[in-house]
Design a protein around this ligand. Structure first.
Ligand SMILES: [Zn+2]
Length: 217
């Protein structure tokens, strides 16, 4: 089962509720983790690393409350550093935009959202795009094709088997949900590139360097 690691402040119960409803009924498991717990030692770094390792993506829910936690920047940088090879999604509530300056060096997606029905549907699409329950397991299929070809040509068979396995691994059963893409952004200040999910005419901060930006096509 696909899994998404969600880090948040324990003070943001409304935001947590919004996200957990978005996960409800999907085939993607959410692992919620409070930023505060690592500071108090309630959970250990190896446990967080393991949870992130087992996840397909990482959601970071930023807010004023996260901003206020001591050493938040270090913690966010540490956490996203571990998840560097995963899709990192940073979410910021639109209503708190001016009061957040936490920077995230590694991210793939930046989402400025509101707790509305539209955004609920959008976030659910993001979650469901990680649902892998309709994808064939790859190992057996690949081996099967390789073995069938090996009779005729052992060397070529193994090679073709590898390709067959790779293709079969992507055979989909049922329709997969397309991942929302947002806008492809390259920050004019720090040159970071990521996808921003924001209204077109909005001024927003670069989540990597904190410079104010506006979308230009
Ligand atoms: Zn930037």
């Amino acid at each position: 089962m696909a899994q998404i690691f969600v880090s948040h402040s324990k003070r943001d119960q409304d935001l947590v509720g919004f996200f957990s409803s978005a996960f409800a009924g999907t085939k993607v498991k959410a692992v919620f983790e409070e930023f505060e717990k690592i500071l108090t030692g309630e959970i250990t770094s190896p446990k967080v690393m393991q949870d992130i390792e087992n996840s397909n993506a990482v959601f970071v829910i930023l807010s004023q409350n996260v901003q206020k936690i001591p050493h938040t920047r270090d913690w966010v940088v540490w956490e996203t550093g571990i998840a560097k090879n995963k899709d990192i999604w940073v979410f910021e509530p639109y209503s708190q935009l001016d009061s957040i300056s936490v920077v995230t060096p590694y991210l793939r997606h930046y989402v400025i959202f509101s707790m509305t029905e539209d955004w609920f549907g959008y976030i659910r699409n993001i979650i469901e795009s990680y649902d892998d329950s309709h994808i064939l397991p790859t190992v057996l299929t690949g081996a099967g094709i390789g073995a069938a070809l090996a009779e005729e040509d052992k060397v070529g068979g193994a090679f073709l088997g590898g390709i067959g396995g790779a293709i079969a691994g992507h055979v989909l059963f049922g329709k997969s949900i397309e991942r929302p893409r947002g806008w492809d952004i390259v920050c004019s200040n720090c040159r970071s590139s990521y996808n921003a999910h924001i209204p077109q005419e909005m001024v927003f901060r670069c989540p990597v360097c904190n410079t104010h930006l506006i979308l230009k096509e």
